[in-house]
Design a protein around this ligand. Structure first.
Ligand code: FAD
Length: 614
């Protein structure tokens, strides 16, 4: 059975019908583009993902990246894929044309990443980090630094990384010990060891330009004393030519549970005392600058979670249509009855529909946040810019944490759909599960995201951002209430959104009181609940769009008849039924969880360390 990817029809539905991205072309920035261009771009991305990247999926896992004689080699099939990826300028889909980008909206960046990461997550990481590092050089680099590094990094000729983590500085980045000392020529000597560095070394590029967090000797401890440096693997001379090898060495690559094709490196900087770097931005602004990359990557990792889910789901649906097992439940007593495809069994349908509800909802969520980035970019009014950027900032931890948690859940359920075969390497879903698991950990663990949501995001602009967010949900609720058959679902989403607002107030107040520990012990439950409410909103929104479209596709026929004979009618009816399933069976669970959050149970922080057992 051929490997398959994200549903093309649903991608188009979200982009063109739900989010109406064609409206972006009214803005000056995108006025040369139109929906036809967007469709073509997405088709091209799908072609590359299906024809080239899927072909690297298995080898990525089986051969993986290897360290030989001090050099990292990627799986052989990556070379052709990377060449085509760079030739297609996929590294810079949504970057300005002046810096070599394709100048497309950010929302399309999310849609193409869903395809690339869904085809091979490990492969997509190299490009993602190259882009993220390039963005830092674009925004914060001096004109000379931009000239020296940006064209080659954005074209993919040179790679990029993000070098934060050290053995004692994981979640606690401020604990890092890598040092920098200023030299007479204005460069800095860097010394320290970074671990877990994705794409830290590899043979698809001729050079790698590392952004490295380090503390200038004498600067204060903690995050406030951190600076950021551009550290080339091979020195780049003033005229752009390559100089001598800089003192940066990959001393080990990690053996991991998944994403074997992604080289996760231990990098030693300055072991021979000869590692040089350039300061990026101002001294002690390192964390502020690196947060730009972290925010970009957090959103990308959210899309990786969606990508794992959508690929796992697409494969599981195909399998469920073909695997014959057991009789239809209505004929279970008839020994002559034939075995049926497992998609006929109610419990398999339950699993599939739950998976579909997460995949569709996550797609809407992640693309919507991409659209908000575009709106922030093109809005003429400052108020709108602030509003849309606020929505992006507020929802970043949800995109990252909720999408990746649910991505893993869907991949796990895909294994269940395959039964015993799902647990074997004969089928792709166990690899998708192993590959996707990292998304809940890197770029700030999901626990850290939940704390970020409570500690930093809920109170942004005195809570106005959260109020704006609830206002967006309310707009959809009002639309849905105008359609009789959706009114009941609208009321349920309304109730859940109101309860989320109340829970946010209770939790926020607790976080500022002597209950602070209990509040943070409940932060995860809040993050999950907010994710559930957003998905309820997204499904209601989908139903509002699908309702008239279904009537149109039915052309006056009975709906069941239309669904049986028209692909379009089946698609739109599927939207409404998926919304019904999510809002009536999954969203109510969030109401209970929100009660639990508001009860502010403190057992998790009250229990003595010794009581956890031996
Ligand atoms: C495959 C892979 C690729 C990676 N790529 C990169 C990369 O390219 N660049 C890079 O710099 N790093 C990278 N990392 C590192 C990754 O970002 C860290 O592993 C992650 O941030 C967690 O840090 P840690 O592993 O030290 O865990 P720890 O920080 O020790 O955390 C362990 C547990 O404690 C929890 N915890 C820690 N502190 C708190 C707190 N204050 N409150 C509540 N809970 C807390 C965490 O949520 C987690 O559950 C990568 C890691 C892996 C495995």
């Amino acid at each position: 059975m051929a490997l398959t990817l994200a549903d093309r029809r649903d991608q188009q539905f979200v982009l063109n019908e739900q989010l109406k991205i064609g409206e972006l072309c009214e803005a000056e920035l995108y006025c040369d583009l139109n929906t036809k261009t967007f469709d073509l771009l997405l088709n091209e991305a799908r072609n590359l993902a299906v024809k080239e990247l899927l072909a690297t999926f298995k080898e990525s896992d089986q051969i993986g990246a290897v360290l030989e004689d001090g050099a990292v080699k990627v799986p052989p099939s990556f070379h052709r894929a990377y060449k085509l990826f760079c030739e297609g300028e996929w590294l810079t889909v949504s970057d300005d044309t002046e810096v070599g980008g394709q100048g497309m909206p950010c929302v399309l960046g999310a849609a193409t990443l869903e395809l690339f990461a869904g085809a091979n997550l490990a492969f997509s990481i190299y490009a993602m980090l190259g882009h993220g590092a390039g963005k830092l050089y674009e925004i914060f680099g001096t004109p000379e630094q931009k000239k020296l590094f940006l064209p080659n990094v954005y074209s993919g000729k040179w790679g990029g990384t993000m070098c934060l983590t050290e053995p004692s500085a994981g979640s606690d980045v401020g604990a890092l010990t890598t040092t920098a000392v200023k030299n007479d020529d204005g460069t800095y000597s860097i010394s320290g060891t970074k671990i877990f560095i994705s794409a830290g070394d590899h043979d698809m590029v001729e050079n790698i330009i590392h952004p490295v967090l380090a503390r200038i000797e004498g600067d204060a401890p903690g995050t406030g004393g951190i600076s950021i440096f551009i550290v080339p693997k091979i020195w780049v001379n003033e005229d752009g030519s390559l100089g001598e090898q800089n003192d940066v060495e990959c001393v080990r690559i990690e053996e991991k549970m998944g994403i074997h094709g992604s080289a996760t490196c231990v990098l030693s900087f300055g072991a021979k005392g000869k590692c040089r770097g350039f300061l990026l931005g101002q001294e002690r602004q390192g964390m502020k600058i690196m947060f730009h990359m972290m925010n970009e990557e957090r959103l990308n990792v959210g899309v990786q979670g969606l990508a794992g889910a959508s690929a796992a789901y697409a494969n599981a649906v195909n399998y469920a249509r073909e695997r014959l097992q057991s009789r239809n439940i209505l004929k279970s007593r008839d020994p002559e009855a034939p075995q049926v495809p497992i998609i006929e069994h109610p419990d398999v349908r339950r699993m599939l529909l739950q998976m579909k509800a997460y995949v569709d909802g996550l797609r809407s969520l992640n693309y919507y946040v991409g659209l908000c980035m575009d709106r922030a970019r093109i809005s003429r009014s400052d108020d709108d810019k602030v509003k849309y950027q606020g929505l992006v900032d507020l929802m970043t931890p949800i995109c990252k944490a909720y999408s990746t948690d649910k991505g893993c859940f869907v991949a796990q359920e895909a294994i269940q759909i395959y039964g015993g075969y799902g647990y074997t390497q004969e089928y792709p879903v166990e690899q998708i599960y192993r590959d996707t698991k990292i998304t809940t950990i890197y770029e700030g663990t999901n626990g850290i995201q939940a704390m970020d949501l409570l500690g930093r995001k809920l109170g942004m602009n005195k809570g106005q951002v959260f109020i704006d967010f609830l206002g967006q949900i309310n707009q959809t609720v009002m639309e849905a209430k105008k359609i009789d058959s959706l009114a009941e679902m609208a009321a349920k989403v309304d109730e859940a959104a109101n309860k989320l607002g109340k829970t946010a107030m209770v939790l926020g107040k607790a976080a500022r009181s002597e209950q602070v520990l209990a509040a943070f012990a409940n932060a995860y439950g809040f993050m999950e609940s907010m994710g559930d409410v957003i998905l309820g909103w997204m499904h209601l929104w989908r139903a509002v769009v699908a309702h008239p479209a279904l009537e149109k596709a039915a052309k006056g026929r009975d709906i069941a008849q239309a669904v049986a004979s028209s692909k379009d009618a089946a698609f739109y009816d599927g939207q409404i039924k998926t919304a019904r399933f999510f809002i009536n069976t999954m969203l109510p669970l969030a109401l209970g969880r929100m009660d639990a959050v508001m009860a502010m149970e403190s057992a998790a922080v009250d229990i003595a360390d010794g009581s956890f057992g031996s």
